[in-house]
Design a protein around this ligand. Structure first.
Ligand SMILES: Cc1ncc(C[n+]2csc(CCOP(=O)(O)OP(=O)(O)O)c2C)c(N)n1
Length: 372
């Protein structure tokens, strides 16, 4: 086990003091330590991992320093383009230290969405020509080696982190005072939906809570697409689905997911049919992976959505407002409901017990019946 604060101090003492990335549950402790100890302008929580690589590149331009980019291995997909087309030695050759949480490591039990990415985590780095190590007890020498390598070659270097590598480190979670948690808001939302309403719910605890609430309500899961991976693509999935049916498709998103590919919303708003209904649970955080802040509470999401073309945007923070907001969404065409929630989730929250493919087939059968 690596002592988290010692690791952080060792990075900083080696001049690695600019951090950017997207938090991850496996990196929860080191992300918490970075968030607690780095000045705000030295830890930029990025909208997506590709943006983080780009930021580290820019920081290197103006300082000559090596940025540290942290991510879950699912973020490897998002970094391929800026790494290959910019940071690679065949282009600008820019060093940076990638810290990658290894979900789905072969032989370690994990959820279906992590299996493939876990299998290819190292081979993907190899395919991209990124030198790496898997952090172990010799992490201090590994760091020295990484720094020496970046200095010598001007190339990125990756440190892959296994589950339970970092010692526990907790962070002050600055939650808001809004009355409802995400799960409580979801319970109100489900109570306002009918059997002919479909859901596309976002990555992380939102989909786990939707699954458990459906179990508790004995409603089955055929109306719900659980976006278990592919964070940030929930609304585009919902758009695709809405374009193929007359039924309402309710996208239930998170602020982190909304921000991850916010550009998509301009295209969504310009192309969405009236049966596309967008709900966002804004808790100002990546609550599912440790509560690291997003800019969700600092920006005017309603104004963004209106600016790109949503005709009706309603805001809510309690049960009554959610209920009346959903009625407004039903009465109007392309419409969005922004719910402000406070952080927090159940310790005993489970995970979907059906497989993703079972979920898909059940939903396709339900759509087919609805579209008849
Ligand atoms: C590409 C990618 N990066 C990171 C993650 C890890 N991850 C899973 S859920 C989550 C937080 C989602 O935040 P938000 O959408 O605000 O929902 P909340 O958990 O706050 O309800 C993150 C970062 C991921 N699954 N995929």
């Amino acid at each position: 086990m690596i002592e988290t604060k010692k690791f952080y101090d060792s990075l900083v003492s080696r001049g690695l003091d600019f951090f950017t990335g997207v938090p991850d549950s496996l990196l929860k402790n080191i992300c918490a330590c970075i968030t607690e100890n780095s000045p705000k302008e030295r830890n930029i929580i990025a909208a997506n991992e590709g943006n983080a690589v780009a930021m580290a590149l820019g920081y290197h331009l103006s300082t000559g320093k090596y940025g540290v980019v942290y991510m879950q291995n699912s973020g490897e997909g998002n970094i391929v383009n800026p790494l290959m087309s910019l940071a690679d030695e065949d282009v600008y050759s820019v060093p940076m230290l990638l810290i990658i949480g290894w979900r789905g490591e072969p032989g370690v039990k994990d959820e279906p969405q992590h299996k493939k990415q876990g299998k290819v985590t190292l081979s993907l780095l190899e395919a991209m020509g990124v030198e790496y190590c898997v952090a172990d007890d010799n992490w201090s020498e590994q760091l020295d080696k990484a720094v020496a390598y970046m200095k010598e070659t001007n190339r990125p270097y990756a440190m892959v982190i296994r589950k339970d590598t970092f010692s526990s480190y907790s962070m002050k979670v600055e939650s808001t005072e809004y009355p409802l948690t995400r799960e409580e808001a979801l319970s109100v939302i489900l109570g306002k939906l009918d059997d002919d309403d479909f859901i596309v719910s976002t990555t992380g605890k939102t989909s786990r809570e939707v699954f458990e609430l459906r179990e508790a309500r004995n409603e089955g899961h055929a109306n719900d697409f659980l976006t278990v991976g592919g964070m940030g693509h929930t609304a585009s999935i919902a758009l695709g689905a809405a374009l193929g049916t007359k039924n309402n498709v309710w996208c239930i998103d998170g602020d982190g997911s909304f921000l991850m590919h916010m550009g998509g919303f301009a295209v969504i708003a310009q192309n969405a049919p009236d049966n596309f209904k967008y709900i966002i649970n804004n808790n100002g955080a990546h609550e599912s992976v440790g509560g690291q802040p997003t800019v969700g509470m600092d920006i005017d999401i309603a104004a963004v959505l209106k600016a790109v073309g949503f005709k009706t945007v309603v805001e809510a923070s309690n049960e009554e407002e959610i209920k009346s907001g959903m009625e407004k969404l039903r009465e109007n065409g392309l419409a969005a409901l922004i719910i402000r929630t406070r952080q927090g989730s159940r310790d005993d929250l489970g995970r979907p017990t059906t497989t993703p493919q079972r979920n898909k087939l059940d939903m396709m059968a339900k759509f087919a019946a609805a579209n008849k």
